[in-house]
Design a protein around this ligand. Structure first.
Ligand code: ZN
Length: 351
């Protein structure tokens, strides 16, 4: 089968890779759609993401959907009821161990033995799903209704990231929210915050094109922090500080500036991947204003919630869909996905 494999920064090759036999409890899925994520782009542009570098060829991709082609015996009953050959599914890229303390505490996103599709965190790497088919554990297959497109199903993963971040933010109903960064995750945080009842959401970025999409998706106000650096402080001052903020840029300066924008008792959720090393925080502000700073990493049960919210149309993410390209044009698709003036979320058609 063909797969989009990264051999190093800017060296993405569409090449033949070997299939493998299923183990007990596993499923083979014929992949249909794969969304290009910021972490895929980081691997592509820098040869790594956060603290992890590509040390062997890595098939990228973890935002995928498809059709079940083969199911092994499932003696532990891991699969969703009704999962069968032919089922259309969103694939949850998380494969936690199910046994460790984090897994047993219902926080399997923090599993220390997590195997996450398309990740260089472990050696050998966990190969991803930008390939014609992928083998996953049966419980990673979440059936979707016939009415749902497989492009939308492939968006469950990034939406789950945003829904988890909103959960980490605490109660948002009636609250004034800031989202820093208008990439796919920032825009989905905007959608998830409105879904959770936020009274207003301000969104920042350095580019006008994604800010326009934020306005389409219901942002009360968007601020180009490069063109108008004072506007964000003014917007915060006008409401006595934001109640909650989502840091989705991964830029140190964005996080460092955030405590000063919060009301006393507010909460900052960090979900952008910050550069290696530390960030000099105004910690006395956090202390004296009792501002919470929490991390948000991937998702757990929010994956199924994301599938349901997209299937029912209760969360509409259509404005972020920027187009689809065939697998053989993967390199071009990555370059498009990395162009913030032209694209938010680009999909590879792997069918
Ligand atoms: Zn675990």
């Amino acid at each position: 089968m063909l797969a989009a494999r990264l051999h190093g920064a800017h060296d993405l090759r569409v090449e033949e890779v070997a299939d493998r036999a299923l183990a007990s409890g596993e499923a083979r899925v014929r992949v249909a759609m794969g969304g290009i994520c910021g972490s895929d782009l980081s691997y592509y542009n820098k040869g790594g993401v956060g603290d992890f570098s590509v040390r062997e060829p890595l098939t990228l991709g973890h935002e995928v959907s498809g059709t079940v082609a083969e199911l092994a015996a499932d003696p532990l009953g891991l699969a969703e009821p009704g999962l069968a050959v032919g089922s259309r599914v969103a694939i949850n890229p998380s494969r936690p161990c199910l046994h460790c303390q984090a897994c047993r505490a219902g926080r399997s996103n923090l599993c220390r033995s997590m195997r996450f599709l398309g990740s260089a965190a472990l050696m050998p790497h966990v190969q991803g799903a930008f390939s014609e088919s992928v083998v996953v554990r049966a419980d990673q297959c979440v059936p979707v209704p016939d009415s749902m497109t497989l492009t939308l199903a492939a968006c469950a993963e990034p939406l789950a990231v945003a829904l988890h971040a909103v959960r980490r933010a605490g109660e948002l109903a009636g609250r004034h929210v800031l989202v820093a960064g208008c990439g796919p995750i920032g825009l989905l945080c905007l959608a998830a915050a409105l879904f959770a009842g936020a009274a207003s959401v301000h969104v920042t970025d350095l580019f006008e094109a994604p800010l326009r999409i934020a306005r389409q998706m219901g942002a009360l106000r968007t601020i180009d922090v490069r063109a108008d650096p004072a506007a964000l402080e003014q917007a915060a001052a006008d409401r006595g500080g934001f109640d909650a903020a989502f840091e989705a840029t991964g830029a140190s300066a964005s996080l460092v500036g955030m405590p000063a924008l919060m009301r006393p008792g507010g909460r900052i959720v960090q979900l952008g991947m910050l550069p290696k090393g530390g960030v000099p925080l105004p910690a006395n502000l956090l202390m004296a204003r009792e501002i919470d700073l929490v991390g948000s990493f991937r998702f757990h049960e929010e994956f199924a919630i994301a599938v349901a919210a997209l299937a029912s149309g209760r969360i509409d993410i259509a404005p972020i869909l920027s187009g689809t390209m065939p697998l053989r044009r993967a390199d071009e698709a990555f370059r498009l996905a990395g162009d913030r003036q032209r694209a938010i979320k680009v999909h590879l058609d792997l069918a």
